[in-house]
Design a protein around this ligand. Structure first.
Ligand code: PLP
Length: 386
């Protein structure tokens, strides 16, 4: 028999990606499908970064790499985080991981005992419940209501905190595009301290901010010693396939996490780490260039939304997505997304794939070029208005 833990990762349900698989199947059958599903740029990793990867690999960086991360990369990440946040951050506070997802898994491993309750805000990134269950803990979704602009309510978090050891938050948010306000984050920090929780702060979209400003909760008083920050170069540098990210946390937590890394991935490939180090030197202008298409498409989406009444939206403030409220159609997100795909060849994610709180919504990934994006967005608004 396989373990209950591994058989239970999906919680007995589906993984929520049914529409995506169906879209891929339709494409394989030769049908035209416009995919607005996964959070992947419509550009490739920049050749400058790939050249560096190639060059360092050919020069011999092909052996085992330092398990916590190569020293110059840990140092560069620490400096970057300290410069961005003002919070003292040393290389010993940094563990390099195989992307944000591996960091999310490791962070829960560090703070959850088997059977502990692990909270996260709903709507949530699709893997969160599985990541919690893979660590033997119990997922506790805490709803953030569309009527509140998907801002989490600290009182609601407190009401779910009985028996919990951790809270995972994500701002800028996938799937809603919302950025948590300072007031929200201060309220969350109070609950986390009152209830003696660990905070896991998923900040993988921190370079994709259109309205307001990204605030890392690690900067708030009393939080650095109880926060694990999840970082990634997938979204900021269009390096999704390179699998490179990090955890920032207290030295004691990072020390134990290095033991976990030794017994799991045994480090991230050296030439990927060298390429990541090089990519970080490309600076804020490069990162802005990667982020800019999403800001442009957000403007297109908001403009088209303003001309109709069938669909409502909380305007996205960051990340790559727009969450649309299609409840006026009388359909839920699953039914609307299925209809849109089968009848109009447009694939979007049902809100229900991201928890209960976004029932009756769809998530549109703004991840194709402007002209087809605009056309597909207009079609979906027309379909909703029929
Ligand atoms: N966290 C959030 C909120 C995401 O949307 C994603 C990817 O879409 C990840 C983490 C994982 O990203 P990666 O493992 O590529 O860094």
């Amino acid at each position: 028999e396989l373990s209950q833990r591994i058989k239970g990762i999906n919680g007995g349900g589906s993984d929520g990606w049914g529409i995506f698989y169906r879209a891929r199947q339709m494409k394989a059958e030769g049908r035209a499908v416009t995919e607005l599903t996964i959070g992947e740029h419509d550009i490739r990793t920049d050749p400058l970064i790939l050249n560096h990867m190639h060059k360092t690999a050919l020069a011999g960086t092909t052996g085992y790499a330092m398990i916590p991360g190569i020293a110059p990369l840990r140092e560069a990440v620490a400096k970057r985080v300290q410069a961005q946040t003002g919070v003292q951050t040393l290389p010993e506070n940094v563990l390099i991981t195989a992307g944000g997802q591996a960091a999310l898994y490791a962070a829960h491993h560090a703070v959850c005992n088997p059977g502990d309750r692990a909270m996260f805000i709903d709507p949530h990134y699709a893997t969160y419940p599985g990541t919690v269950r893979a660590n033997g803990a119990i997922p506790v979704p805490v709803p953030a209501r569309p009527e509140a602009g998907f801002q989490p309510d600290p009182a609601v978090i407190a009401a779910h905190a009985e028996g919990a050891t951790s809270l995972l938050i994500n701002s800028p948010n996938n799937p809603t595009g919302v950025i948590y306000s300072r007031e929200t984050l201060e309220g969350i920090a109070r609950v986390v301290q009152d209830k003696d929780l660990w905070l896991i702060s998923d900040e993988v979209y921190d370079t994709q901010v259109w309205d307001g400003a990204h605030l890392s909760p690690r900067t708030l008083p009393g939080m650095a010693e109880r926060t694990l920050v999840i970082g990634s170069m997938s979204k900021s540098h269009a390096m999704t396939g390179s699998r490179i990210g990090w955890i920032i946390g207290p030295v004691e937590a990072i020390t134990h996490l290095i033991n976990l890394a030794t017994n799991t991935n045994y480090g991230v490939p050296g030439y990927i780490q060298e390429a990541a180090l090089f990519a970080l030197t490309l600076g804020a202008d490069f990162e802005a260039r990667i982020a800019e298409p999403f800001q442009r498409r957000r403007a297109i989406a908001l403009d088209l939304l303003a001309r109709q009444n069938a669909v409502r939206a909380v305007p996205p403030q960051g990340a790559m997505y727009t969450m649309l409220d299609i409840r006026a159609t009388g359909l839920d997100g699953n039914a609307f997304a299925a209809h849109l795909l089968e009848e109009h060849g447009i694939a979007v994610m049902p809100g229900e794939s991201f928890g209960q709180a976004a029932t009756g919504h769809i998530r549109v990934a703004m991840t194709i070029p402007d002209a087809p994006f605009s056309a597909a967005f207009q079609t979906l608004l027309d379909v909703a208005g029929e």
